[in-house]
Structures are given as structure tokens and as C-alpha cells.
Design a protein around this ligand. Structure first.
Ligand SMILES: [Fe+2]
Ligand SMILES: [Fe+2]
Length: 306
């Protein structure tokens, strides 16, 4: 089974926003975009990544949040249009929200992310889903894909996340369900679980209850956590606490980035090869500009542990 992982598309699509729609935290985000970031994230690069994943024959595509920049309806519609182009998308795509998708109170209260991406939020274990729709779980062959929501509305200058206490409790019960016992278990979440080494302002962008979430992942012997948020390539390994084996925590980067100064921060996606119930290989592909497109950048293989 091959799973593609893309993240942090940050699609900018302003369909004639009205001035008063900027009379909130968007004022700050909009100014930041105009000054620094408007050209960096590209729809064409995001589409190229999806084409590559289709050519590579991945069975499933996981998208770990920050689909949008300012959580406008027009931005969600633009990303949903892109996701819809994936073959058999309703069965082959899983998504979780990021802090940018919960950018304003209005976006959170009207459940804008959940409305636009409803087809990809279905659960095969609905008994554990809260009213919020999380946590969800999808069974695909011998793999279980669990989605957690770390998106919260934050004050100006903050990009923190939090998994709600009731959701964490539900996730704990879900991960204990006997149907997961013999499956390779993946958890998708937007925020990182281990402090980001390159962060100058970790306090304002961290997952507030990262320690609790991380402990649960290790106790329940989750095999792989996929996340986004840092726009940086990383694979972190920590031993399980509830049994043998390792938890691997992976981020490819922001997939739609068209330029980079350090390839670790460049536009990337991962492909995870899961064979015989274990992670056999992670392939990482990097966007090298219009002429070259995405190129094979790194590969890491793993021995079966037990
Ligand atoms: Fe992001
Ligand atoms: Fe983020």
C-alpha cells in the first residue's frame, strides 16, 4: 500500500472579498501575504504534486491541513476543486484542518472547512466521532488512518493548536478498538508533536497539549504520525511505550512552495510504502522549479522490526 502525503497548500484565492471581511485577524494575514508570501505558494505546483502522486500509483492521499491562507469561502472552494480532480477522491483522500483553515471565528463557527471537505471526513468507526466530526478513522486494506483536529481559532500573532480534551479521550478509545490491533496505524494532525528546532517563536505556534498527544501516540503504539505546519522536512523516531516498535513522526513540507533557499524548506511531498504491516520506505520528492518539476530527493528504507 502506498500513501501520498501533501500539506500546507495555502491556496490564495480572493474572490472579491468585501473590505469588512478584513476587519479581523485577516488584516494581519492579508498584509503579510501582500508583503512576503503571495508568490510563494502556487496552485500549479500543488496540481503538479497531485499528478505525480497519481502517476506513482498511490492508493491514498493524506492532506494535513492549512489548505487556505485566510479561510475565505473562495479559498476553500478553490482547494476543494483541486482535490476533486483526484480519481475516486471520496474514497482515496483524507484531510484534517490546520490553523489557517480556522483563521477567523466566522470560519470556525460556520464549519467552513468541514462543509467544503465533508466527502473526505467520513469515518469507518463513527461510534468514536464527536459532534465536531473528529476523530475519524478509515480502514484501507491493512491500514487504519485516524484524523485528529488541532485547529483552533487563535488571537492575532498566534498560530497555536490544541486537540480538545474530549477529542483526545475519544481518540484514546478509538486507538484501543480491537479492529485496529493488527493494522498499521497512521494518525494525521496538522501541528507538530515535538518542538520545532528552527522555530524562533515556538510558544506562539506550538500544539499546546503536544505532550499529551505524543504520549497517547506512543502508548497506543501508533506506527506513523503525519503532520504539517512547520513547512520543513523531518522524520523523528521515538520508541513505543505500550509495546515494541517505533513511532515515526513525519513532515514532508509545504507541498505548494515554488521556491526555496534550503531544500528542507522547499515544496515537497512524501510517499510511504507500507508492506506486510510495516513501514518499508519513505520517498520524498522536491519541487525544483518549472523546468524540472518534482524530482526524487530522498529515500529511506526500514527493516521490519518484529
Ligand atoms: Fe502552513
Ligand atoms: Fe499551520
Amino acid at each position: 500500500m502506498k500513501i501520498g502525503h501533501i500539506s500546507d497548500l495555502h491556496i490564495l484565492e480572493l474572490d472579491q472579498p468585501r473590505p469588512w471581511e478584513f476587519l479581523n485577524k485577516r488584516f494581519l494575514g492579508g498584509a503579510n501575504l501582500l508583503l512576503n508570501r503571495s508568490d510563494e505558494h502556487s496552485v500549479a505546483v500543488a496540481r503538479a504534486a497531485l499528478e505525480h502522486l497519481e502517476d506513482a500509483g498511490v492508493d491514498h492521499i493524506a492532506i494535513t491541513g492549512d489548505m487556505t491562507n485566510l479561510a475565505f469561502d473562495s479559498e476553500f472552494a478553490a482547494v476543494a476543486n483541486i482535490v476533486r480532480t483526484i480519481d475516486d477522491a471520496e474514497d482515496r483522500v483524507s484531510v484534517v484542518p490546520g490553523n489557517h483553515d480556522y483563521y477567523t471565528r466566522d470560519a470556525v463557527e460556520t464549519r467552513r472547512f468541514e462543509r467544503h471537505f465533508a466527502p473526505y471526513l467520513d469515518s469507518d468507526l463513527p461510534a468514536y466521532q464527536l459532534e465536531s466530526g473528529y476523530p475519524f478513522c478509515k480502514f484501507r486494506d491493512d491500514v487504519a488512518i485516524v484524523g485528529l483536529n488541532s485547529g483552533i481559532q487563535t488571537p492575532w500573532f498566534f498560530a497555536t493548536g490544541r486537540v480538545r480534551d474530549d477529542e483526545l479521550k475519544a481518540a484514546s478509545a478509538l486507538l484501543d478498538d480491537p479492529t485496529l490491533r493488527d493494522r498499521f496505524t497512521i494518525v494525521m494532525i496538522h501541528h507538530h508533536l515535538v518542538p520545532f528546532e528552527h522555530s524562533r517563536v515556538e510558544y506562539t505556534r506550538r500544539l499546546v497539549n503536544a505532550q499529551d498527544v505524543l504520549e497517547l501516540m506512543r502508548e497506543r503504539c501508533v506506527d506513523l504520525v503525519m503532520h504539517g505546519h512547520n513547512h520543513h522536512f523531518a522524520t523523528i523516531e521515538l520508541p513505543h511505550l505500550g509495546g515494541p516498535g517505533m513511532l515515526r513522526i513525519c513532515e514532508a513540507g509545504s507541498t505548494s512552495l515554488s521556491t526555496y533557499s534550503d531544500p528542507k524548506f522547499g515544496g515537497k511531498y512524501n510517499i510511504y510504502h507500507i508492506e506486510d504491516g510495516h513501514l518499508a520506505k519513505i520517498e520524498t520528492h522536491l519541487y525544483e522549479g518549472e523546468d524540472h518539476g518534482f524530482v526524487h530527493w530522498r529515500e529511506r528504507t526500514f527493516e521490519k522490526e518484529f
